[in-house]
Design a protein around this ligand. Structure first.
Ligand SMILES: [Zn+2]
Length: 674
């Protein structure tokens, strides 16, 4: 996650950062505007005082924008610039003038009170600067300091910031820490961010800081910190170990870490933000044991992809897909090929759940807005990189990444620039590959129509919807004593392939390991809990006595998207999707009576087991089987968060194991020669 378009959302702009935002000066990259700030915050009274001098590094007209709730005065050569207030913003028009001209603004105001009850979903909404002694968060998008705009677009800017806080409080903004003091008068720290950046987020709280100094791969000192609520202190060492490990890993894979340090900062609210040089995560999130091994690496990697090379938003945000591929997916690959296959299948599974009318192209993905957008921007884009590496080979792929980094560090790059980097590295023409996967919103649907033997040759007919994609399709030809993997290249709506295969081949499977981006057919997509809970026609069947039934009804109310008419007669398995909840013994009995598969071994011995299956009529069935009503009650809180899973094992109200059933690959029998 990386909340990159916060500012644009606040301002309501469709167009984001323009491509040509940089003033090239020698070999370095200078931001169009440099801001020198001094900021004092008192979290108790929530008073904010600031002054900022903006140096405008071009000759164009520039606009300065600040939240309207802050009292401000403009100094310097442009003090007569008219102030306009509209839509919660105050704006000053700074006329065109000589390069390097300066404007100084002083402002003050009282911030909103931090509400610790807010949920993660709310924190993704419109940005508001909040303060309290427990924690303060001033997101850039709240426009708590003067932002430079040009022609209606936010401008990248560098900053140099001195932060003052009362005694007992500590704080930070993205950047390199160059000075820090705390004494009886309070806390003062100075940060430098000399690169073109998207905006300044400020965090403060009653923090305890743990630090470790390491060296970057090119010999620079890097300052790693945990900036934690005191109660998280015991976790500091582990987090510092992990950050050091991720930096070493990605430096050797991509190139030197671009900044002077990285901090893991705790938040009293369940937020999850990534910014250059730091990540701001909820205390409850940081306590989760798996965060260090998953999300943290993803956030560290964003310092290369997203905060090191900027995506060109108007033509699509590639940074989430590449970060997911090199973090989340890479960790799954290291855990085992089955885990990686499971993740690929889950991307395809999620994409299959996006209604055809809601699909968009990768070029239309700018950030995460909702579930469908996430399936596309993360899963579809990550799958593109899986296919690209399969196509050009790991060595060319890694070489391409390194040159892309060297060429585009602190600049805005597009999908096309990525394409060129991989073309240079591999010597392949990747025009068709990148164009079809980034500009088309639908996915290919592929069907194996016939397979028959003609002498030693197997003739396989494949169909795909027109206009045809160019596809490298993995196939598995299976016989009683053989299994052969091969690939065919398809670029027309219908094609017959002649394959030399083993004499005992009896069946062909399409993409059995989910390595091809395509729309799974209904028979291929494994059922997940959401297939039942999102279905407005889904039925509900509760087994068990009255006390069990009342807990089960509460659970069903939280799971199902729609009110259910009630319980169908127990004999009916129904023609619709069905949610079945009951005590273990009664569930086993019910399954046996309906000649359905017994409970899966994956959920064995759990207090509460959830699993899905697809019935002969194609309808999904979700089963929740509990040891007793108490165990079911404890599972009521976590269950609604796992709609994307095919099975869960829950003990003491916590999900211990989970998974998605494998994709059932399309399979066709080979007809003998006649
Ligand atoms: Zn991300």
């Amino acid at each position: 996650m990386k909340q990159v378009s916060r500012l644009a959302r606040r301002i309501g702009l469709a167009m984001l950062l323009a491509v040509s935002q940089f003033v090239q000066a020698g070999t370095g990259t200078v931001a169009p505007v440099a801001i020198d700030l001094s900021v004092a915050l008192d979290p108790q009274s929530r008073k904010l005082n600031g002054s900022a001098t903006l140096t405008i590094n071009d000759t164009d007209e520039t606009e300065i924008v600040l939240a309207a709730g802050l009292a401000a005065t403009l100094d310097g050569s442009d003090r007569r610039a008219p102030r306009r207030v509209a839509q919660g913003l105050q704006r000053w028009q700074i006329p065109a003038g000589p390069r390097g001209r300066q404007v100084t603004l002083r402002w003050s105001g009282t911030l909103a009170l931090l509400d610790t009850s807010q949920q993660h979903r709310d924190t993704l909404g419109p940005a508001v600067a909040v303060a309290s002694p427990e924690g303060s968060f001033l997101p850039a998008a709240a426009l708590w300091y003067p932002h430079p705009f040009k022609a209606g677009n936010p401008q990248l800017h560098s900053w140099s910031l001195t932060l003052t806080l009362p005694r007992g409080q500590k704080g930070l903004v993205p950047g390199n820490l160059t000075d820090e003091r705390h004494d009886d008068n309070g806390y003062t720290a100075h940060f430098e961010f000399p690169w073109p950046g998207e905006g300044i987020d400020l965090m403060a709280g009653p923090y305890r800081i743990d630090e470790r100094l390491i060296r970057s791969i090119d010999g620079r000192p890097l300052r790693l910190r945990t900036v934690f609520a005191p109660s998280l202190g015991p976790l500091a060492d582990g987090y510092l170990d992990s950050v050091a490990g991720y930096i070493a890993r990605y430096e050797s894979a991509i190139g030197p870490y671009p900044f002077g340090g990285f901090s893991v900062v705790s938040s009293p609210t369940p937020t999850g933000f990534g910014m250059p040089t730091l990540t701001y995560l909820g205390e409850s999130v940081l306590r989760l044991p798996f965060i260090r091994h998953t999300s943290l690496g993803h956030e560290v990697l964003h310092n290369w992809w997203g905060n090191g090379v900027y995506p060109d938003y108007p033509t699509g945000n590639w940074s989430e897909g590449l970060t997911t591929f090199m973090a989340d997916y890479a960790y799954a690959e290291e855990a085992g090929s089955d885990k990686a296959a499971e993740m690929r299948a889950s991307w395809l599974r999620d994409l299959a759940a996006v209604p055809p009318g809601s699909t968009t192209s990768l070029r239309a993905f700018t950030s995460r807005h909702h579930g469908a957008s996430q399936a596309i921007g993360y899963g579809k884009a990550a799958m593109l990189f899986v296919m690209l590496r399969d196509r050009i080979g790991a060595a060319s792929f890694e070489h391409g990444l390194r040159t892309f980094w060297q060429d585009w560090r602190f600049r805005t790059a597009s999908w096309r620039d990525l394409q060129h980097a991989f073309e240079q590295a591999s010597g392949d023409d990747l025009q068709t590959f990148f164009t079809q996967w980034t500009t088309r919103s639908s996915l290919p649907s592929i069907t194996m129509t016939s397979a028959s033997r003609h002498g030693s040759e197997l003739r396989l007919r494949l169909d795909q919807r027109a206009p045809a994609y160019q596809l490298d399709i993995p196939l598995r030809v299976v016989g009683p004593g053989s299994s052969n993997d091969l690939r065919v290249r398809m670029d027309r709506p219908t094609q017959v392939f002649g394959l030399e295969v083993a004499a005992d081949a009896i069946r062909v499977e399409l993409d059995p390991d989910a390595r091809l981006l395509r729309r799974l057919g209904p028979g291929e997509a494994p059922p997940i809990l959401r297939d039942v809970t999102f279905d407005p026609k889904a039925g509900l069947l509760i087994l068990g006595d009255a006390p069990f039934g009342s807990v089960a009804r509460q659970l069903a109310g939280r799971l199902l998207d729609h009110p259910t008419a009630g319980t169908p007669p127990p004999a009916a398995t129904g023609n619709q999707a069905l949610l079945l909840i009951g005590p273990d013994a009664m569930i086993d009995d019910w399954l046996a009576r309906h000649a359905l598969a017994t409970r899966p071994t994956e959920t064995a011995a759990a207090d509460v087991a959830m699993w899905t299956l697809r019935r002969e009529n194609g309808q999904p069935l979700a089963i929740i089987s509990a040891r007793d009503a108490t165990a079911l009650d404890a599972a009521t809180r976590p269950l609604p968060h796992y709609g994307g899973q095919s099975w869960l094992a829950i003990d003491d109200g916590r999900v211990r194991r989970k998974g998605v059933w494998p994709v059932r690959p399309q399979s066709i029998a080979v007809l003998p020669e006649n």
